[in-house]
Design a protein around this ligand. Structure first.
Ligand SMILES: [Zn+2]
Length: 94
């Protein structure tokens, strides 16, 4: 089932899993996250993640220890990493 593309607003976006490059919150390096639930638009060829997904990844990177993080890991591996804090104190929207 297709969904409305956030870029061209046509109903041509479908769910895929994509690799994304992500800069760590402290800016020390960029990692590759594979198999990230994403959308691909057949009309404008855009690959993107929803805002909620981007936020989920950013929050996770804030609350895990990224010092020894792999330079390539899957979305699932990232989300399963132990959290240092009970909640994300850096997310001021709470
Ligand atoms: Zn599109």
């Amino acid at each position: 089932m297709n969904e409305v593309c956030v870029w061209c607003e046509q109903e041509t976006a479908r769910k895929i899993e994509a690799s994304v490059y992500w800069e760590l919150p402290d800016g020390t390096k960029a990692i590759e996250i594979t198999d990230v639930p994403s959308y691909y638009c057949d009309n404008c060829q855009a690959t993107y993640q929803t805002d909620e997904r981007v936020r989920e990844i950013e929050n996770q990177l804030f609350i895990i220890n990224t010092k020894n993080i792999e330079s390539v890991l899957s979305f699932e591996e990232l989300m399963n990493k132990p959290r240092l804090l009970k909640r994300n104190y850096f997310d001021f929207d709470y």
